[in-house]
Ligand binder design. Structure first.
Ligand SMILES: NC(=O)c1ccc[n+]([C@@H]2O[C@H](COP(=O)([O-])OP(=O)(O)OC[C@H]3O[C@@H](n4cnc5c(N)ncnc54)[C@H](OP(=O)(O)O)[C@@H]3O)[C@@H](O)[C@H]2O)c1
Length: 331
């Protein structure tokens, strides 16, 4: 019952830490933040300050653990303006880092549960298509490395599971809820709540509460359900419905304009390229729209139901998210 949560200060990671602590686990958080973090105030954890992408730090932090949870897998947000090795060579970096993580868990004799992404399931679905849908999907995936990064990481994890290592993989859809510390420009709820987004996408999207993802991690550890990626879905609705509900909770009106995400992708991708050419970054990275354009609605999987992850009401998620971002001063 000793768990290391890599990325335990993150949006998903902090929910995992809270869930495990509430169920009697002794939890260590591996983080670069020496002074703790605002989303874990009052939670009884041990801090291990280090780099969650570094082999030696991972190995040192994992020693003595029965479980390692990875909630810090890289996700390339600014591929056009790289400022680190992870940005410049995102797939190679993510694969190397996954190998280091697997090695650390194996050396400690710990099970590993990794947070991946639902896009890998969607990409498999799209590959099975024919015609224009397949071509459109391939083009989107070639334009943004996020998809290849998530597939590369998942490939390494599943290969280790096939070799007999105890590896579990949870693949959530978009995550909402409290305890997010990302920069404000990456947070949908406060931007909608403050009326900053001029239009919404007409596509359907799926969001799950980080607390429900955390329940999935705990249940996976308890049931030792390893070796097969589990897709975790919450609620699939038109994007505009999310905007309308957030705006209603914030006492504002929602944007009236709506367009397919694929049009927004073209606009944001062009802005990213153009600004990238002079070393600058746009206020809204294209990544979220790439995912919306590629993925669409998601059904809850049999494996999710078997794990006992029943998403809480969306209204609770959105209200708690709004309350959190207000506490942070984001809206
Ligand atoms: N949020 C979503 O909608 C969503 C949906 C599906 C999948 N995912 C995936 O789930 C994972 C977690 O997402 P998230 O939304 O929780 O991200 P997040 O809020 O940005 O958290 C990531 C955490 O990783 C830690 N981290 C990053 N680099 C690190 C390093 N070198 N050493 C130590 N810690 C490091 C950060 O910790 P410190 O800054 O404290 O060091 C941060 O707390 C990502 O792989 C993401 O792609 C997210």
């Amino acid at each position: 019952m000793r768990a290391l949560v890599v990325g335990g200060t993150g949006h998903i990671g902090s929910a995992v830490v809270r869930e495990l602590v509430a169920h009697g686990w002794r939890v260590t958080v591996l983080s670069r933040r020496a002074g703790g973090s605002r989303n874990l105030v009052g939670i009884d954890v041990t801090w291990h300050v280090g780099d969650g992408h570094d082999k030696a730090d991972l190995r040192a932090a994992a020693t003595g653990m029965t479980l390692v949870v990875d909630a810090a897998a890289p996700y390339p947000v600014h591929p056009v303006t790289p400022r680190s090795d992870a940005d410049a060579h995102p797939v190679a970096f993510a694969v190397r880092r996954t190998q280091a993580l697997l090695g650390a868990a194996a050396d400690a004799g710990a099970a590993l549960i990794a947070i991946g992404s639902f896009v890998t399931h969607k990409v498999r679905e799209r590959r099975a298509r024919s015609g224009l849908g397949r071509l459109r999907s391939r083009t989107l995936r070639r334009l943004h490395p996020y998809f290849a990064v998530k597939e590369g990481v998942e490939g390494e994890l599943l290969a280790a599971a096939r070799r007999g290592q105890r590896v579990g993989l949870l693949n959530p859809t978009g995550c909402l809820g409290p305890w997010d510390l990302k920069p404000r420009g990456l947070c949908l709820v406060p931007m909608v709540a403050c009326g900053e987004l001029p239009s919404t996408a007409s596509d359907t999207v799926d969001f799950i509460d980080v607390r429900d993802v955390a329940i999935g991690v705990r249940r996976m550890a308890e049931t030792q359900h390893f070796g097969v990626p589990v897709l975790l879905a919450g609620h699939s609705h038109p994007f505009g419905d999310y905007f309308a509900e957030i705006a209603r909770l914030a006492g504002r009106s929602a944007p009236r304009l709506s367009a397919p995400a694929s049009l927004g992708v073209v606009a944001l991708w062009t802005a990213e390229r153009t600004l990238g050419a002079i070393g600058r970054r746009p206020p809204w990275p294209a990544l979220s729209l790439f995912i919306v354009a590629e993925c669409g609605p998601v059904d809850r999987s049999v494996a999710q139901l078997a794990l006992g992850v029943a998403p809480r009401p969306l209204s609770e998620t959105l209200q708690d998210a709004l309350t959190w971002y207000r506490e942070l001063g984001y809206c």
